[in-house]
Design a protein around this ligand. Structure first.
Ligand code: UDP
Length: 333
């Protein structure tokens, strides 16, 4: 049992992590400024006697310092999320990701509280050495292309965390999250699965970007949060970098087709050039698959929910959401 602070705990991954930690008996503290998180995500947790939250930013140092003091371990998830948001708001992305992590590490270091930093598979950039291993080179594009600011800001976070470990013996763990999906993920920030499911359920065109032959491997959020909690408890994880994700690849074309079938939708599948979907000269990565042998060796991590089941759960979640909205609209009518 631990007292755990989750920055960004009202977000998609953060709120699932809060559930996981409460189930393990932790006392859970959440700080979230609701910039991309949603209060609905933590609504059911508010009644839990071991759950505490504050709506504030990690940039508010006095508040963050107090909450770090009350905890033994910090899961730092507060960050700018989603390629679309990053391309549209690069200043906010860089400032949130770099400054937020700086503050968390500085304050945690005062009391030597363990910090788990969530980084991203984006840091591998355009590398084509698939599957990606934690110790391979990062291949980023030019600074004139906004997308790479996300990878770069997260790489700085990693450098800083490792520097705190080497220079100041602050116990840190770095995880690189690959495409993480599941119920409660919103399509608002451009993520592909919630977008496609919503489009399919509304019988609207399913928008595949580029030629659709790029592939991804999707991890279930419950598997990912279990891995985060296991790593934070493992003494040998300190000072290390870990990939977390699933290794089963699917092309975006095949994903669109599968979602159309599973929802029984009459949507057509349309292809939109990257320039129009994101920005002029946008560069996507053709494949992105994690090598997960490092975490497997340490904690025995094994993804347990595969893509079809993930899609079933996401589709059910959107259908339930629609029913809830419909019922609310009926009530107010
Ligand atoms: N994508 C798509 N249609 C959408 C949203 C995303 O074809 O409506 C593509 C996107 O270009 C990328 C893949 O799906 O190749 C995964 O996108 P996402 O934003 O979910 O995650 P990423 O892997 O880019 O971080």
């Amino acid at each position: 049992m631990a007292r755990s602070l989750i920055t960004g705990g009202a977000g998609f991954v953060g709120s699932h992590l809060a559930e996981e930690l409460l189930q393990r008996g932790d006392e859970v503290f959440v700080i979230d400024d609701l910039s991309t998180g949603r209060i609905d995500n933590i609504e059911p947790l508010k009644r839990h006697p071991k759950f505490h939250y504050v709506i504030d930013s990690v940039h508010n140092e006095p508040v963050l310092a107090e909450w770090i003091d009350r905890c033994d371990v910090v899961y730092h998830l507060a960050a700018a999320v989603g390629v679309k948001l990053i391309v549209e708001s690069p200043v906010n992305t860089i400032e949130t990701n770099v400054h937020g992590t700086e503050v968390v590490l500085k304050l945690a270091n005062k009391k030597k509280k363990k910090v788990l930093i969530t980084s991203t598979s984006e840091v591998y950039g355009k590398s084509t050495s698939v599957p990606f291993r934690e110790d391979q080179d990062l291949v980023l594009g030019p600074t004139t292309k906004g997308r790479w600011s996300y990878a770069c800001s997260k790489a700085i976070d990693e450098f800083l965390a490792i520097a705190y470990w080497h220079e100041k013996r602050l116990p840190v763990i770095i995880v690189r999250l690959f495409n993480t999906v599941g119920p409660r993920q919103t399509g608002r920030y451009g993520m592909v699965i919630p977008n496609f499911v919503q489009q399919a359920l509304n019988n609207e065109p399913i928008t595949v970007y580029g030629d659709g032959e790029q592939s991804r491997a999707f991890g279930y959020v419950g598997d990912i949060t279990r891995a985060l909690a296991d790593l934070a408890r493992h003494p040998q994880a300190v000072g290390e970098v870990f990939n977390i994700g699933n290794t089963t690849e699917i092309t975006i074309n095949a994903l669109a087709e599968r979602i159309r079938q599973m929802t029984g939708s009459s949507s057509e599948i349309v292809h939109i050039p990257y320039d129009r979907a994101y920005e002029q000269g946008f560069e996507d990565m053709p494949r992105r698959v994690p090598d997960i042998s490092k975490i497997q060796r340490l904690t025995g991590y094994k993804p347990s929910v595969e893509l079809n089941e993930i899609l079933e759960r996401v589709i059910a979640d959107f259908r339930n959401g629609e029913e809830r909205e419909f019922a609310a609209a009926e009530k107010t009518a």
